[in-house]
Design a protein around this ligand. Sequence first.
Ligand code: TXA
Ligand code: MG
Length: 343
Amino acid sequence: MITERLNVSDIERDKINIDRAAEILKNGGIVAIPTETVYGLAADAYNIDAVKRIFEAKGRPQDNPLIVHVSDMKMLSEVTGNVHAKALECAEAFWPGPFTMVLPRGERIPAAVSAGLDTVAVRMPSNSVAHEIIKRSGLPLAAPSANLSGSPSPTTAEHVLLDLDGRIDAVVVSGRADVGVESTVVTLCTDPPRLLRPGGITLEQLKKVLPDIVVDKAVLSAPEEGKPVASPGMKYKHYSPKAKVVILDGDLDSFVNYVESRKCEGEFALCFEGEEKRLTIPTVSFGKMDSDESQAAVLFDALRELDKKGCRLCYARMPRKSGVGLAVYNRLIRAAAFEVIKL
Ligand code: TXA
Ligand code: MG
């Protein structure tokens, strides 16, 4: 299959390519689209065959449910059986934006979208190109991140093509995803509501609307063997470069001491910007130490960069666990298969 490239840098000027993407989606095709978090691989959420093609193209396990993307509140009420007051408050506070809520699954959404669960995850993206594609197609779009299952999520169209060229009908080429990590996922189907995956909307922001929200165990720790998980996506080893990643938990001085005393061929440091000058081993940086947002924006690029440079083993600096840092930590600790060395 030849993957069409549909350039969109301006919604008005490139309308023809937005219309083309919408047409492919209406005909049951699968199209990678930009969002403000990461690029997503979209299909008509009502079309079971199109949804199956997403799982095939990504090599995604069948038991990992998809997020459905909507462009307005009418679409939300079509995909979920029950938009209750809490859901409306969350939509008011966090939509459009990097926030996903898990609600009861509406009758029109095939079970395959939600991997057989009776719930559905829904998000209204703020990226104007994504918004326009949903609106033009008139369809809610099921869309996981547009990477091969297990590899780091794509923040550019080039990343999408590296993983999926020839496996999908089209990619909408439209600049970088600015948040850089996937949306915050909260289930409103439990009492109290539960944070399943941290992202661009922080726990601190969530607490203002959902004061009793609890953090699911899977956010910070490895899932226990054989136990059911609230968010199936969290049980897989995710976001992994080919390189082995180890997080070093300590200050910069102890990080430098540890890394410099052990240097071997193929070993890299994944450090914060400006720290390179303290290190003699090869480095890749991921944002500024005092800006969680800057770390989130480039984390996945940094993981891909390590592979490109032939890294075998990488020692990573420890992100903060507050603000967007919680999302950075959550992704990095999975890339590291939960291996942390306390310095
Ligand atoms: O920012 C994002 O959310 C991106 C863009 C494309 O919107 N999408 C994304 O999708 O990250 P994906 O498939 O890579 O991650 C979906 C996550 C998984 O962890 C999955 O388990 C969880 O959402 N999820 C989906 N439906 C669920 C449900 N009904 N109940 C619990 N968790 C669910
Ligand atoms: Mg993903």
